[in-house]
Design a protein around this ligand. Sequence first.
Ligand SMILES: Cc1cc2nc3c(=O)[nH]c(=O)nc-3n(C[C@H](O)[C@H](O)[C@H](O)COP(=O)(O)O)c2cc1C
Length: 317
Amino acid sequence: MVDLSADIGIPLKNPLILTSGILGSSAHLLKRVASSGAGALITKSITEDPRVGHENPTVIEVSEGLILNAMGLPNPGVDIFLNELETLEAVNLPIIPSVAGYSEDEFGRVASRLEDAGFRIIELNISCPHSTALSSKKVIAQDIDKTRRVVNAVRSVTSLKLIVKLSPNVTDIVEFADVAIKAGADALSLINTIEALEVDPYVEAPVLGNVFGGQSGPSIRCIAQRKLTDIALAMWKGEIERVPLIGVGGVRTPKDVFRFLLLGADAVGIGSSILYEDLAIFEDVIEGLEQIMTDKGYDMLDEFRGKVISQILDMTI
Ligand SMILES: Cc1cc2nc3c(=O)[nH]c(=O)nc-3n(C[C@H](O)[C@H](O)[C@H](O)COP(=O)(O)O)c2cc1C
């Protein structure tokens, strides 16, 4: 038997995490995820007040493996979210609420509510590319100063473990990783969706209700791998502080998870591929990962985590 245990600031029985937003936050759904085999789940992003989100269509499949969405962060608001979770019987995996907001103070207030409700760890979604109508504003994770201020604000009002979710839609993601860590991030997750757009050639109009959306699914995996690698290399070189990394983007198979671990991820998020594989993906990927490790003679993740990062470092030094 191989040991799949992982650590992102809290211990996980395995490195697979349901990434934020793909499934809702109802107690019923969270319970289903809890019995799916995932090591942890991150809820849909929660704001202080309820949000209805953007006009339909909000999610489309452009082609196999290429999903676009512009949900606009629909959620019931933190009060209803907490009431809903009260109805959830004890589940045997960590639930990580994702927090979104429009100001430092809102992030701080929602985070405090979650801490008071007994959560130990949250993810800060500062990187949703379509949180405003027509995606008209830069997101927090595209602005160094705002990134620092939001993380600082939450750090100063709670002692929660903080995962900060970074955006791929920047020139130098390492700069943002560095600022987030210095402001108090205990772990980083990346990537959120990539700014994208689709046009319907028949009706000669944009397809998504919000026009602009974010791309996800297997089509973005290599981009996510590249962004993760940029940060891991900076950490391995000692240029920025080392904190746990959650690799997210396009993961669908056991080999994909293995790839992210080789690139230094401490855990790996699965999102859009659930649309193809349903929640059975977690059991299937775990079984496949165990098989890969057994075939290669690995007993635990630390034996190969970051192996490809070390190789790249040897080439670049
Ligand atoms: C329909 C949909 C809704 C999403 N909602 C959220 C959200 O509420 N908060 C968030 O941080 N990320 C959200 N994301 C982004 C995912 O968590 C993830 O970062 C991204 O989709 C890349 O991973 P994937 O290719 O495995 O889906 C959403 C993605 C999709 C497709």
